[in-house]
Design a protein around this ligand. Structure first.
Ligand code: SF4
Ligand code: SF4
Length: 441
């Protein structure tokens, strides 16, 4: 199935549909259309937020069955939530679309490969290491490039393999085993009388694909006067599972994290993570369990402590700590999960503004942010649309004249790195904490 070609007629019937009253909240004003990346690309109503809500409403009205076509339109949504930020009546469009996917899933399950990976590999930082070891070996001996040379010509398989190898981030040595239960604060007495105390949430992808970013995060936090507590045995935040309609597993992972961090909650000021996708999900736990009397108060207490690292560092940054960087033109790409879901836009920019030597250049479409096409595993499951969006983003980067592209989410960083390789632009892509870390010397 291509992105513009749905396959109608194959009918399935969802059992648990999104809240009808919420769907009825849409007044069909159309404000969400120009900000929706998939509508921008296709100019088709069924690829718009309003169109997707109309499809769900028709299903609930009994005038439309959940066909393969409906499924395709729901899964072409990036869950970027740009639509949520402009909707006048405040319809929770993204959440309703994800709920619609759960209804589809009941009769029309996702690919068994996706489900296997999400159920058995991407359930936590430790589990994700199962694939990072072999991948490191493959990359070190350039077996990936050899595979492309040998199989790249195969019709169907070849182009996909080429894209996968081009996209794959370079696996690093996982940080999980190095993280101490407590990493002491530095500069105490110099900047503050007593240290801050935070708990660190280590994302699965950060551990295997970007461990150096998390090393930088712990360094920057401690240098800014924070004692960092890292509970062992953390689970995945559950976002990828929620996106792919694995509702029960996403809730189970959330419960494990809530229970794991509970003993630390009274002693820490915040639960901090350097993955914007994780911080968004951890904050949403309160919403995920709002109608569960046993878990609602526990989830609320947990979510109330969660802060993205950019948010936290902006709030506590000691004035005496003055980062200096070599002179460079830089731009900041807002991750959807930070800007649209958490409304964290000003904080990363303020932090970057503290770094002497950075000449900041704005990107167009920074509110609501236009997605780079990463969107969890969207760039692997919906590659043509993801690449169209990436090419647009890279054109924006080129137009800004930036030499350094800064972001705050592993998915965006991997996607932008893919864009750098595809476009051949002479740029460097980094997480904000890496730039801060380097600027502190
Ligand atoms: S979440 Fe993003 S892709 Fe999905 S309907 Fe809203 S704006 Fe469009
Ligand atoms: S902005 Fe909100 S109310 Fe307006 S069409 Fe979109 S979903 Fe409906």
């Amino acid at each position: 199935m291509t992105i513009y070609d749905s396959t109608p007629g194959q009918q399935v019937f969802g059992l648990t549909l999104p809240n009808y009253d919420e769907l009825m909240g849409c007044i069909r004003c159309g404000r969400c259309l120009p900000v929706c990346p998939t509508y921008q690309e296709t100019q088709l109503e069924t690829f718009s937020p309003r169109g997707r809500l109309s499809l769900l409403r028709a299903v609930e009205d009994g005038t439309l069955d959940i066909t393969r076509g409906v499924e395709a339109y729901l899964y072409h949504c990036l869950d970027c939530r740009a639509c949520n930020t402009v909707c006048p009546p405040g319809v929770r469009i993204g959440e309703l679309i994800v709920a619609g996917r759960v209804a589809v899933e009941e009769k029309h399950p996702r690919s068994p490969i996706i489900k296997f990976m999400l159920r058995h590999v991407l359930t936590g930082a430790e589990r994700a290491e199962i694939i990072s070891g072999p991948l490191r070996f493959v990359q070190a001996f350039r077996l990936d490039k050899l595979g492309v040379a040998l199989l790249g010509w195969l019709p169907g398989v070849g182009p996909k393999l080429r894209q996968l190898v081009e996209f794959a981030p370079k696996m690093g040595k996982p940080i999980r085993g190095e993280l101490a239960a407590v990493t002491p604060a530095q500069n105490v007495g110099r900047f503050a009388k007593s240290p801050h105390r935070v708990a660190f949430f280590l994302g699965c992808m950060m551990n295997v694909a970007m461990p150096d970013v998390s090393r930088a995060t712990v360094r920057v936090l401690t240098r800014a006067g924070c004692e960092v507590v890292t509970p062992a045995g953390q689970s995945c935040c559950g976002t990828p599972h929620d996106d792919q309609a694995m509702h029960a597993l996403s809730r189970e992972l959330a419960q494990r994290n809530i229970a794991l961090f509970e003993p630390f909650l009274a002693d820490v000021e915040a639960i901090v993570t350097d993955c914007a996708g994780c911080s968004a999900a951890l904050k949403e736990y309160a919403e995920w369990f709002h109608d569960d009397p046993a878990w609602a108060p526990r989830a609320q207490a947990f979510s109330a402590k969660v802060q993205d690292v950019t948010e936290w560092l902006d709030a506590i940054w000691p004035e005496e700590l003055q980062p200096k960087h070599a002179r460079v033109r830089a731009t900041y790409h807002d991750p959807c999960h930070l800007a649209n879901l958490q409304n964290v836009r000003a904080q990363p920019r303020r932090l970057l503004g503290r770094i002497e030597g950075l000449e900041m250049r704005p990107l167009p479409d920074s509110h609501p942010i236009r997605c780079c096409g990463s969107a969890g595993i969207y760039n692997l499951t919906h590659t043509p649309m993801a690449l169209d969006l990436l090419d647009r983003k890279m054109a924006d980067v080129a137009g800004s004249g930036a030499e350094l592209v800064v972001s705050a989410n592993p998915g965006c960083l991997m996607q932008l790195e893919w864009g750098r390789r595809r476009s051949g632009q002479k740029i460097v892509v980094k997480h904000l904490v890496q730039v801060l870390d380097e600027s502190l010397g």
